[in-house]
Design a protein around this ligand. Structure first.
Ligand SMILES: O=C(O)CCC(=O)C(=O)O
Length: 261
């Protein structure tokens, strides 16, 4: 039986996710959906930043609040619930990728917007959660990152190290330290993953994205947000999903709220 174009494209995305750890899908979202996500993101971000006011906030999930984390200088992560976004995940154009990878009972873990201000620097390389076993298992969590506006290279899209979702296994490679992979650490880089081995350093991949494009990636891949060298804030919405039974614990770790008295 011949596969339709759509089926062929889906197959290619799944195969790239398995081999490279990521796939960039052009025009994943219709313009109306992209505009809606941008509008909600901007409104919620403005409210949260107003409530944050002059409260002290450091870098990283432990130094942030439940409602806002500064992932690196000038790069703000604001969680936004499905209700706030007013979306049904099963109706989203990426849902079939999620269930193909994580199973029909895949669960939404969290979502939000990452906004990097003009002149915010590039991040340190990091993964979003560590491997769970010595052998390479299928992904336990997948992220979908949607460009909410056109995102030329000068605005600093996400850069990924091709195939590093396999090489980042600290249980298989005793030279790797889990916390230094997950929590941004200046010494972490793609070459670290192959130190002492005869393998080539993973290729660095970053690409301009048009509004509505989606970057789908394995939570275990080494990646970083690039510097925003433009005059405008860069907004990307993210949607994270987990295999049923997997409990993410490294993403939002601060118990405090900006609304605490
Ligand atoms: O800003 C980006 O492109 C990626 C952000 C990220 O990976 C993070 O903050 O953990």
């Amino acid at each position: 039986m011949d596969l339709t174009n759509q089926q062929q494209q889906n197959k290619q995305v799944l195969s790239q996710l398995e081999s490279d750890g990521f796939s960039l899908v052009h025009r994943l979202c219709e313009p109306a959906l992209t505009e809606h996500l941008l509008k909600v993101s901007r409104e919620i971000e403005a409210d949260i930043k107003k409530s944050l006011g002059t409260k002290k906030i450091g870098i990283g999930s432990r130094a942030g609040y439940r409602e806002i984390v500064q992932r690196s200088p000038g790069r703000w992560d604001i969680p936004i619930t499905s209700d706030q976004f007013a979306i049904d995940h099963q109706q989203m154009p990426w849902w079939t990728f999620i269930t193909d990878i994580l199973g029909q009972d895949a669960e939404h873990a969290f979502s939000g917007v990452v906004s990097s201000e003009p002149v915010s620097p590039e991040q340190h390389w990091h993964i979003d959660s560590p491997h769970e076993a010595t052998e390479h298992l299928p992904a336990h969590a997948i992220n979908v990152l949607i460009a909410l506006t056109d995102l030329p290279l000068v605005m600093g899209p996400t850069e990924l190290a091709r195939g590093s979702h396999v090489l980042s296994n600290h249980l298989a490679n005793p030279t790797l330290v889990s916390d230094q992979l997950v929590y941004q650490h200046a010494g972490t880089s793609p070459v670290l993953l192959v130190n002492g081995a005869c393998e080539a350093e993973p290729e660095y991949c970053s690409s301009a994205m048009s509004a509505g494009s989606g970057l789908i990636f394995d939570d275990r891949i080494l990646h970083r947000g690039m510097a925003n060298l433009s005059a405008n804030t860069r907004h990307v919405a993210y949607f994270s999903y987990r295999r049923k039974g997997y409990l993410p614990y490294t993403h939002f770790e601060s118990p405090r709220s900006i609304f605490d008295s």
